[in-house]
Design a protein around this ligand. Structure first.
Ligand SMILES: NC(=O)C1=CN([C@@H]2O[C@H](COP(=O)(O)OP(=O)(O)OC[C@H]3O[C@@H](n4cnc5c(N)ncnc54)[C@H](OP(=O)(O)O)[C@@H]3O)[C@@H](O)[C@H]2O)C=CC1
Ligand SMILES: N[C@@H](CC=O)C(=O)O
Length: 416
C-alpha cells in the first residue's frame, strides 16, 4: 500500500530579508515535506519576487486559516509581531519567530500562554542567526550549571567594528553597508546602541540559567559613540573592540548580565569573530569551555534557523526551559569594580563625580579617561553617559593595563 504524504503548510508573515530567506530554502527542498501556504506582507506597492497573487495584506487571513500547520512570524514591526504571537498562542497554534525584542520583553507571558493553551513557540533565529545556541543550551546544557556565557551577539555592530578596524572606513558608511546587506534592524539604533545584543542576552539567560530577566534591568552600552581614537588605541595594543554580551554566575548563584564594547585580546575566541559573524563561548561547570561561531545575520543563514525550528516543531519539539523550575539564582550587579575606557566629546568631570581615574587625557575636542568603576555606578549613570555621547569600553582582566596606559598616552597625544 502506498502511504500518502501530506505536506506541512507554513503561514509566512513577513517577506523581507529573513522571510525571503526561509522561502528560498523551503522552495529548494520540496522533498522535505514543507510548503509555504500563505504569505502576508504590509506594503501593497512594493515590487516582489513572486506574483502578486501569492500575497495577502490581512494578517487575520493567516491567523484564521485552519489549513496552515505552522506560522512563521518574520516581520519588522515589534508591536504587530507581539499581537501576532499572542493571538497564535491563544489559539494553541505552533509559531516560530525571529523577533528578539518581542521575545525578550514578553517571554514570561509567552511561556504561560503555551502552558495554558498548549501551543508552541520556537525562536532559535532570534539569537545569533544560524548558531544553534538555544537548542544547545536547552537540550545539552539543560542540567549542567554554567559559569559563564559570553559572546558577540549582534552582527551589524560586529560588521561595523570589523570595517573600522580593518578598512578604516567611516562609522556612517559601515552602518550603511550593514543596512544594505540586510543585517541591521529596521531601526538600526537597536543594533548600535547594544539593545539588540541585550535582547538576545536576556533570551539566553532564560535557557542557560532559567532566569527571566527584563532587558530594562541590564547594563548595556553600544558602539554608536565609538571614535577613531578608540579603534587606534585597541589596534596599538594588539586588541580588537567587540560588542560583548556576558552572563556570569558566582558560587552563590548570583548572576550578572552586561553588554559592553570590550577590548578583546588575540588569545580570546571572540577576537576572530568578524563581520556579520557571531560567536558564543559557553563555560560549563563540568564540560569546560566550548565555542560556537557562525553567521549571526543575513537572509539565508537566518532563514536556515527558522527552517530548523519549523522542522523541529513539526516533529514535536518544544522548549521545556529545564532550568526555569529548578533555579535559585538571582540577578545582581557584581560588587567588584571593572576598568573602563571613557571617551567623551566634552569634559567628563561632572559625570565622573567621585570616580578615581587611573589615567586622563584631555584635548580641546575630547576627553579620554581610564577609570575603575562599580558596575552599579555605571548602571546608574548609563543613560547620562549615552546622552552625553560618551563611548564606554571595558578593559577586561585578560587585557594587560600597562601597555594600554602607555599607548593611551601615545595615541591620544596625537590629538593635541
Ligand atoms: N535581518 C536579519 O539578519 C535578521 C533579522 N531578524 C529578525 O527577523 C525579523 C524580520 O527581519 P527582516 O527580514 O530583516 O526585516 P525586513 O525589514 O527585511 O522585512 C520585514 C517584513 O515584514 C513585513 N511587515 C512589516 N510590518 C508588517 C505588518 N504589520 N504586517 C505584515 N507584514 C509586515 C514587511 O512587509 P513589506 O514587505 O510589505 O514591507 C517585510 O516583508 C525581525 O524581527 C528581525 O529582528 C533576526 C535575525 C537576523
Ligand atoms: N540586526 C541583527 C540581526 C540578527 O539578529 C544583527 O545585526 O545581529
Amino acid at each position: 500500500m502506498k502511504i500518502q504524504k501530506f505536506k506541512k503548510r507554513i503561514g509566512l508573515i513577513g517577506f523581507g530579508c529573513v522571510g525571503q530567506g526561509l522561502y528560498d530554502i523551503v522552495a529548494a527542498n520540496p522533498h522535505l515535506g514543507l510548503e509555504i501556504g500563505r504569505i502576508c506582507v504590509k506594503d501593497k506597492d512594493k515590487p516582489r519576487t513572486l506574483p502578486a497573487a501569492a500575497f495577502t495584506f490581512d494578517v487575520q487571513e493567516v491567523l484564521q486559516d485552519t489549513s496552515l500547520d505552522i506560522l512563521a512570524e518574520l516581520i519588522s514591526e515589534p508591536d504587530e509581531a507581539l499581537k501576532i504571537i499572542r493571538a497564535a498562542l491563544q489559539q494553541g497554534k505552533t509559531i516560530v519567530s525571529a523577533n528578539k525584542k518581542v521575545i525578550a520583553e514578553n517571554l514570561p507571558e509567552f511561556i504561560s500562554l503555551q502552558q495554558r493553551y498548549g501551543g508552541v513557540l520556537l525562536y532559535e533565529a532570534s539569537v545569533c542567526g544560524s548558531i544553534p545556541i538555544l537548542r544547545t543550551l536547552e537540550a545539552y546544557y539543560g542540567s549542567e550549571p554554567l559559569l559563564e556565557v559570553r559572546g558577540v551577539l549582534n552582527g551589524s555592530s560586529n560588521y561595523i567594528l570589523s570595517k573600522l578596524h580593518q578598512e578604516k572606513v567611516g562609522y556612517a558608511a559601515a552602518l550603511e553597508q550593514a543596512q544594505a546587506l540586510g543585517f541591521a534592524e529596521a531601526d538600526p539604533a537597536l543594533d548600535v546602541e547594544g539593545i539588540d545584543a541585550l535582547h538576545k542576552l536576556c533570551i539566553v539567560a532564560a535557557h542557560a540559567y532559567g532566569l527571566l530577566v527584563h532587558p530594562s534591568q541590564v547594563l548595556h552600552f553600544g558602539i554608536s559613540h565609538i571614535t577613531a581614537e578608540a579603534i587606534d588605541l585597541a589596534d596599538a595594543v594588539g586588541a580588537r573592540i567587540k560588542l560583548v554580551g556576558t552572563i556570569r554566575s558566582d558560587n552563590a548563584g548570583n548572576v550578572s548580565l552586561q553588554v559592553i564594547p570590550t577590548l578583546v585580546v588575540a588569545e580570546d575566541a571572540l577576537y576572530d569573530v568578524e563581520a556579520e559573524f557571531n560567536g558564543v563561548e559557553v563555560n560549563a561547570q563540568f564540560a569546560g569551555q566550548q565555542f560556537l561561531k557562525g553567521r549571526g545575520a543575513g537572509s539565508h543563514p537566518t532563514g536556515s534557523a527558522v527552517w530548523a525550528d519549523i522542522s523541529a516543531a513539526v516533529r514535536g519539539y518544544r522548549y521545556t526551559y529545564p532550568k526555569l523550575c529548578v533555579t535559585n539564582a538571582s540577578v545582581v550587579q557584581p560588587e567588584e569594580p571593572i576598568t573602563v575606557l571613557l571617551h567623551a566629546p566634552q569634559s567628563l568631570t561632572a559625570l565622573l563625580g567621585s570616580l578615581q581615574p587611573i589615567a586622563v587625557h584631555k584635548t580641546e575636542v575630547s576627553n579620554q579617561v581610564i577609570v575603575k568603576v562599580q558596575q552599579e555606578k555605571l548602571l546608574e549613570h548609563q543613560e547620562l553617559l549615552k546622552e552625553q555621547g560618551v563611548f564606554v569600553a571595558h578593559l577586561p582582566e585578560s587585557m594587560p593595563l600597562a601597555p594600554v596606559l602607555e599607548k593611551f598616552t601615545a595615541v591620544t597625544a596625537l590629538l593635541v
